[in-house]
Design a binder for this molecule. Structure first.
Ligand SMILES: Nc1nc2c(ncn2[C@@H]2O[C@H](COP(=O)(O)OP(=O)(O)OP(=O)(O)O)[C@@H](O)[C@H]2O)c(=O)[nH]1
Ligand SMILES: [Mg+2]
Length: 271
């Protein structure tokens, strides 16, 4: 099938959906999953053989086996896994035992690791996740179906279902980040800092990424403001295994700064 990016101007509308629309979209997604399976059977749509699941890993030995087993089970062992690892524990060893490609890198923050991770694969669809068992790998079929339906970016919205497993301070902060980004972009988004998204490879290759702690927000904002087909889809969010690597205060300030910087840069780019 064609590898070309599907940049469309009207596409951002799907991000600005209200709750009622989102419910419809979720129901529609089930149909999309079924349709994608039919298309895949005909050989003209992406399958799990076209999928790379990538992540930064930093001392995640408590979670990594579960995360990689889940990916394996959901994709029938077909998705490629890339871990950019800065660990001093057994994370890298466990990742290799599970067949993942491990790229060793000094720990320099979330965005430095994830930028390397998204640019490494040459498969056409790249999905990011955290290596902490918070994100539902069961959503991979739906994310792939959305790409097959024309999405350039599919963004997992943790806040739609309430994200009860998220610390209250983080939840408040994530709502605030989404409100800030929505205001600055002029498009309603609901979860700017989610770690689980699917991207057509062209999207990650065609845009220059500049942020570190704020990379997750940047990965949503720049494609959206450039007219790519960006869709938010509700996902479940579970309690973390192992210790957080995020400093809520310092990290939160860095994310807010990234949102403002990236939104202004993209607004200026339009002129
Ligand atoms: N290689 C590498 N990975 C990192 C680094 N910092 C964070 N990570 C990984 O990036 C992912 C996100 O970090 P988390 O600690 O989960 O941050 P978070 O999701 O904002 O915080 P939680 O809500 O506690 O999960 C995890 O898989 C980390 O192991 C780093 O400096 N280097
Ligand atoms: Mg996490």
């Amino acid at each position: 099938m064609s590898d070309s990016a599907h940049a469309t101007n009207g596409s951002a509308a799907s991000v600005g959906a209200d709750s009622a629309d989102k419910t419809d979209q979720t129901e529609g997604s089930d149909a999309a999953v079924g349709a994608a399976a039919d298309e895949a059977a005909r050989g003209d749509e992406y399958t799990f053989d076209d999928l790379s699941v990538v992540m930064g890993t930093y001392n995640e030995e408590e979670a990594i086996a579960t995360v990689l087993d889940d990916i394996d089970e959901v994709t029938d062992g077909k998705a490629e896994v890339v871990c950019v690892d800065g660990s001093s524990d057994r994370t890298a060893e466990i990742a290799r035992e599970h067949g993942a490609q491990v790229i060793e890198q000094e720990p320099q923050g979330y965005g430095v690791a994830v930028r390397e991770a998204i640019l490494t694969p040459d498969r056409p669809v790249v999905v990011t996740t955290d290596c902490d068992d918070t994100y539902p790998m069961e959503a991979l079929p739906e994310f792939l179906a959305e790409v097959n339906d024309g999405a350039d970016v599919v963004s997992g919205d943790r806040l739609y279902h309430g994200a009860e497993a998220m610390p209250a301070f983080n939840r408040f902060g994530n709502h605030a980040f989404a409100a800030l980004a929505s205001l600055l972009m002029g498009e309603r988004v609901h979860d700017t800092t989610t770690g689980m998204r699917a991207y057509r490879r062209e999207v990650v290759e065609e845009i220059g990424w500049t942020e570190n702690t704020g990379l997750s927000a940047e990965l949503l904002i720049r494609p959206l403001m450039r007219g790519y087909d960006v869709r938010e889809r509700p996902i479940a969010y579970a309690e973390r295994l192992g210790d957080t690597k995020l400093d809520p205060i310092g990290g939160g300030a860095a994310i807010a700064k990234s949102i403002v910087t990236v939104c202004l840069e993209e607004q200026l780019r339009r002129f």
